[in-house]
Design a protein around this ligand. Structure first.
Ligand code: AMP
Length: 972
């Protein structure tokens, strides 16, 4: 028999349960449970003396209804018991569980032959009840049921009846219902319970899909495939619809596919819930709702995306997960450079990229008539390199423009949301203001002039200030002074009476300076004369006049012999102090070309600058052949101030264009390291170069170098640039021995100069190279540069000797103050030393101008005879101080006689005017020091009047007269 072993879980061939499903054994659907019925069952029993319905108690003493039969004595028993009609519902496979006891025939005496130990189980399918008749042949046998263990041995050896449980399965069934029938053929049976049921897979939600109640398949081994239905707000995963399999045992097996919460919803347990406010879920594929990205919001639940805040946008290609962005701000620092019919525009990236990294630029070019409103697009004939729009780099060259036309350019920063907004992120090439209109009013006084003028016709922006530039018309040393004014009038004070001044005015806007207005000459009023004048003033005036006459005489002489006055014409390029720019970056880009770092190849380190290494390398610009360059780098970790100071040199150097001024190739400010790229000067700095080649050059060669330096300085002075640190160490020499002025900057250059020391006037000054007035009261002018130039001449002629040798700075200051001047270096032509001495005139107005210096040197080069060194003179002294000697005044009776003797009688009046009427007073002009055969006479009471006389026992030369007076010749 053994069928009863086939418990549900061990059913042969049952599919392996899917591991992650642990649904437990589902409860079956009960169709009949005899035990559950308390009233009579009223099944049909036939014949009537067969099966009998009896009330009893089960093992738990619960009242139950049982059927019993025990006709074991009589042969040929055929007792049927039939249940009521059981409607099968949707069941296909029916389980029949029987609990019964069965007497062991052996335990019944005298029943041998008639007693049976089995009974038969039948069923009959019908679509409805068929009445109480019972026809055996209509029943289909299910099985013969035997007891597994009819009896068990009790503890006391008595035999106890055992309750048997047998399970049989019927199906597939095709009709609406059925009857079960029990045939007894002579056994002693108590049918304790009959339970009929079928199995179902009960509705569940799995993977967000609902699977309905599902009746198991009819076959023992069959699996019923069931499609799941996504729960609310969920959808089937693409190509992966949810399915499960209902096993014969009523278990859900093998889940396939799944549902996922739709966009805007997320899974919570077996359901999909809307994302909360401020959250979104853009796709069913996302698991979680996310917080709205930056600059977006939503105030509804269940959102698949967030809306952008006002002014923020999402490009079509932007996924909902990215922040809303906005158009960039306008590009910055737009600068331009015109080269014939091409304009190069350069700018810095916008301060605000709008939160995106797809910023590009486009250029809007318009050609305008001189009426500002009338502008038209430039059209296709204009070229843009590299392109007009979609520019990634921050520069463009616009070519093929019409000459003499008026253009406006705008550079627009564009990003992925620019087209969604109406914001314009443009910056225009700022037009400089037009010229200040005529100077309309002037109030002229003795020492001041008040000017007022009209604002430019086209200011093209807010005028920040006006700059009034003026100079004394007849002054040889054309020193420009400036006055600034925020309004259209200004008063210029501290002018000299009866003096002609030349004025020019220009306006400053964000875009830069306008051109200067035409020159206007105004003469201050005459000094009032009259009996009421203060006698002290008269004396002062006379003294000044006397002094002026003397100075004039001296200069008149120099001018007469040596040079024509340099004249600055209006329109001459003027140096612009980068510090006047609010944004120093603008200054850099105004004057220096931004180079692409990829064009620069650094080869080796050649020196150390204050801000970083100086390297040599090559620069290869597109379309040009590569050139050797020096590259000054800004070391990493610099402060903003260091960067500014570093680039300041480029802002200055970039303004210059002269063969004797070091040429700036450009700067790299947009990459790291920040670099200044300069033409390469193969022989490095002049001082070291000369020391290396001591005595190896001809005088002409040296003078040629000096001429170059003077020409470079003339150019700088004409530009209005004062160098302040002119010294051989700041001159660079190239392979052709061309000397170029270098080391530009503002205060910083001097600050960095190792020669610079702090002075009592504050600030650091390279004392040995600096004019006394610059040391004393920081009066730096082109005239003080001339002094420094004299020192450079001395350095050159002495092959890099240190000026004033090992004297201390203090001693140098004192010696200069006392009239001491450097003697001629060894083998130095006297003319050159004379020029040095001229440069070292105490009165700066007496010093030659660079233009004159260039002229003098040119003349010397043309007439090499003038460069011959007279034997025995002007040779380098062994010891700096020689014996002092005094002119022998005892030989003269009066000043006039003495002056006559030294052929200087024409200065008699000057001496008288200055108060030197007696020989005693002349003798009081103390002899301060002498050196190299020279004696310095200096009068402590009157400033300009000192005379330098050469002595080699006798008067030999007078500085104020330059080799004109030969006292020996005069028969002294
Ligand atoms: P600076 O910072 O200008 O004083 O430069 C430091 C050193 O680098 C100088 O003393 C030179 O030896 C060298 N140097 C600077 N500029 C150049 C250049 N244009 N060509 C060759 N060497 C240079």
């Amino acid at each position: 028999m053994g069928c009863a072993d086939a418990g549900p879980a061990e059913a042969a061939g049952a599919p392996v349960r899917f591991n992650h499903l642990s649904l437990g054994f589902p409860s079956p659907v009960i169709l009949l449970d005899s035990k559950a019925q308390q009233t009579e069952l009223e099944w049909i029993s036939y014949p009537p003396n067969g099966w009998e319905e009896i009330s009893g108690l089960d093992e738990n003493y619960t009242p139950i209804r049982t059927y019993q039969v025990c006709q074991v004595m009589e042969p040929n028993q055929n007792n049927w018991l039939r249940t009521n009609w059981i409607e099968k519902g949707d069941a296909q496979r029916i389980f029949v569980e029987l609990k019964f006891t069965l007497r062991d025939c052996n335990s019944l005496p005298g029943v041998v032959g008639t007693c049976k130990e089995t009974f038969n189980l039948y069923y009959q399918e019908t679509d409805s009840e068929v009445g109480r008749g019972l026809r055996e042949n209509q029943y289909v046998k299910i099985d013969t049921i035997a007891a597994d263990e009819s009896f068990t041995q009790g503890d006391l050896g008595e035999r106890k009846m055992k309750l048997n449980t047998e399970l049989r399965i019927i199906g597939p069934l095709s009709k609406r219902g059925f009857y079960l029938a029990f045939q007894d053929v002579g056994a002693c049976i108590a049918l304790v319970s009959v339970k009929v049921y079928y199995k179902k897979c009960w509705s569940i939600i799995e993977n967000l899909a609902t699977f309905p109640d599902t009746v198991t398949g009819s076959e023992f081994s069959s699996l019923v495939e069931v499609e799941g239905m996504c729960v609310n707000d969920a959808e089937e995963e693409a190509d992966n619809s949810p399915k499960m399999h209902c096993s014969a045992e009523g278990e859900w097996l093998v889940p396939i596919g799944k549902c996922i919460c739709k966009a805007g919803f997320h899974q919570k347990g077996d359901a999909c819930e809307p994302c909360g406010r401020g959250f979104y879920k853009s796709s069913s594929q996302d698991l979680q709702c996310s917080r709205c990205p930056a600059h977006s919001f939503n105030d509804r639940e269940g959102s698949w995306r967030c809306d952008c805040e006002d002014g923020y946008y999402r490009a079509l290609s932007d996924p909902p997960s990215v922040a809303c962005t906005r158009p960039p701000s306008a590009p910055q620092n737009l600068v331009y450079n015109i080269n014939q019919t091409a304009v190069t525009l350069e700018w810095s990236p916008p301060a605000d990229t709008g939160g995106r990294n797809d910023v590009t630029y486009r250029v809007v070019c318009r050609r305008c008539s001189w009426e500002p409103e009338e502008c038209v697009a430039c059209g296709p004939n204009v070229g843009y390199s590299p392109a007009q729009s979609g520019l990634v780099e921050t520069y463009v060259m616009v070519t093929d423009l019409l000459a003499h036309a008026n253009y406006t350019f705008e550079v627009e920063a564009v990003n992925g949301v620019t087209d969604l907004s109406r914001t314009q992120s443009r910056v225009s090439v700022p037009a400089a203001p037009s010229q200040v209109r005529e100077i309309i009013n002037k109030k002229v006084q003795q020492r001041s002039i008040q000017l007022s003028w009209l604002e430019p016709q086209q200011p093209n922006g807010v005028i920040k200030e006006y700059e009034i530039k003026y100079y004394e018309k007849d002054q040889k040393d054309r020193i420009y002074s400036t006055v600034r004014s925020k309004s259209t009038s200004a008063t210029v004070n501290n002018l000299k009476p009866s003096t002609a001044y030349v004025f020019q005015i220009r306006a400053l806007t964000e875009a830069g300076y306008s051109n200067y207005s035409p020159q206007l000459e105004i003469t201050t009023q005459e000094e009032a004369t009259g009996g009421e004048q203060n006698p002290v003033i008269i004396i002062a005036v006379v003294a000044v006049a006397g002094t002026i006459i003397l100075v004039f005489m001296v200069f008149g002489f120099i001018i007469g012999r040596r040079y024509a006055l340099a004249v600055k014409f209006p329109g001459t390029k003027t140096y612009i102090d980068p510090e006047t720019y609010e944004d120093p970056n603008r200054a850099v880009h105004q004057f220096a070309k931004e180079l692409d770092a990829s064009c620069i190849k650094i080869e080796r380190v050649i020196g150390a600058g204050e801000f970083g290494e100086v390297c040599s390398g090559r620069l290869k610009l597109p379309g040009k052949r590569d050139v050797s360059v020096a590259i000054k780098t800004l070391k990493v970790g610099y402060t903003e101030k260091q960067r500014r100071d570093f680039l300041c040199e480029a802002s200055i150097m970039g303004q210059f264009d002269h063969p004797n001024v070091v040429h700036l190739e450009g700067v790299v400010t947009r990459g790291k390291p920040v670099m200044i790229v300069i033409e390469y000067m193969e022989n490095g700095s002049l001082d070291a170069f000369l020391r290396k080649h001591d005595g190896q050059f001809t005088v002409i060669q040296l003078v040629g170098m000096l001429r170059g330096i003077a020409a470079g300085m003339r150019y700088l002075a004409d530009m209005g640039y004062v160098h302040r640190d002119l010294a051989a160490r700041n001159i660079l020499v190239n392979s052709n021995l061309v000397c170029k002025v270098s080391d530009f900057g503002l205060s910083r250059v001097i600050e960095d100069d190792p020669e610079a020391v702090y002075t009592t006037t504050g600030g650091k000054i390279p004392v040995r190279w600096t004019a006394p007035e610059a040391i004393q009261y920081r009066k730096f002018t082109s005239a003080s540069d001339v002094w420094s130039y004299g020192i450079v001449m001395w350095e050159v002629m002495s092959y890099g000797e240190r000026p004033y040798w090992d004297m201390s700075n203090q001693d140098v200051i004192k010696a200069i103050e006392e009239g001491y001047r450097l003697p001629a270096p060894m083998d130095c032509p006297p003319g050159l030393h004379q020029l040095m001495l001229d440069c070292w005139q105490k009165d700066r107005a007496e010093r030659p101008k660079f233009d004159q210096i260039v002229g003098i040197l040119d003349k010397m080069i043309r007439n090499p005879n003038t460069l011959k060194t007279p034997v025995g003179t002007c040779t380098r002294p062994i010891s700096p101080l020689l014996d002092q000697s005094t002119p022998d005044f005892a030989a003269f009776r009066s000043v006039g006689e003495w002056l006559e003797a030294i052929k200087m009688e024409r200065y008699r009046d000057n001496f008288t005017a200055a108060g030197y009427s007696s020989l005693e007073s002349v003798a009081r002009m103390s002899i301060d020091s002498s050196h190299g055969g020279l004696v310095f006479f200096r009068d402590y009471r009157s400033t300009p009047c000192f005379m330098l006389l050469c002595t080699s026992g006798e008067f030999h030369q007078c500085q104020t007269e330059r080799a004109e007076v030969d006292v020996k010749e005069a028969g002294h």
